[in-house]
Design a protein around this ligand. Structure first.
Ligand code: NI
Ligand code: MN
Length: 228
């Protein structure tokens, strides 16, 4: 089996694993980089890293239409249920749970998490996904932090890291993160969505190749890439 990743720009990814379709941080309709609309996706589960609008995105619309499972921290889960989302699984930092599609663990992230209507969104998270025999880390929005060395102990196959700077770590700190994480492959996200997070991904990739052991994979919005 292999995992098929689709990038929608910003931090939004779809991962297809057999009959399971996971949507991470589905910011689609208002995402300037994304041509796919909320009505075009049909996930079996949505996973949220934190409460900000550019991550919760179109979760309400998609979840109401498809009745898919939504996995998020406790505070966001409560908020989703109050908005009429029925099929919610709440977790929190450090906890792992086995779902039909594989395991999810919420990891630390250093950021905020307020929901779009001003509600408290709890602590932000990263996602550690164990799908088939692969381990994928989506860092969410975060600063560089030393505890990424603990996440490296999970033997990552792929790390997805923000590089946009300003709201999250930028390219230079992401290279330090890659050095901590020791994933063979890294994909950048959370950049070029707006001018304030504009980055040159080619320069970033050159830096990753020169300074780390990891192979950078730069995806454009709409690209489909297979993790073998
Ligand atoms: Ni954020
Ligand atoms: Mn963000």
């Amino acid at each position: 089996m292999s995992l098929e990743l689709t990038y929608f720009g910003h931090s939004a990814f779809q991962i297809r694993s057999g009959k399971h379709v996971l949507l991470i941080d589905p910011f689609l309709n208002d995402n300037p980089l994304c041509n796919t609309m909320a009505q075009d996706v049909d996930p079996t589960a949505i996973l949220l890293t934190h409460g900000h609008g550019d991550h919760v995105g179109d979760t309400l619309e998609i979840a109401r239409r498809t009745n898919c499972l939504v996995i998020a921290n406790f505070e966001i889960s409560n908020w989703l249920q109050a908005q009429g989302v029925k099929h919610v699984h709440s977790m929190h930092l450090g906890g792992e749970h086995e779902f039909e599609f594989g395991k999810v663990k919420l990891t630390l992230a250093h950021h905020g998490s307020q929901l779009p209507d001003g509600s408290y969104g709890g602590n932000p998270a990263g996602l550690l996904l164990k799908l088939e025999d692969r381990v994928i880390y989506h860092a969410g929005d975060t600063a560089l932090f030393l505890d990424m060395q603990l996440i490296a102990d999970e033997n990552l196959d792929l790390a997805i890291l923000p590089i946009g700077d300003n709201y999250t770590m930028g390219p230079a700190d992401s290279v330090r993160a890659i050095d901590f994480l020791r994933a063979p492959t890294v994909i950048p996200c959370h950049y070029n969505t707006w001018p304030v997070i504009a980055q040159d991904a080619r320069k970033w990739a050159e830096m990753v190749r020169a300074e780390t052991e990891s192979e950078p994979v730069v995806l454009n919005s709409g690209d489909v890439w297979t993790l073998q």
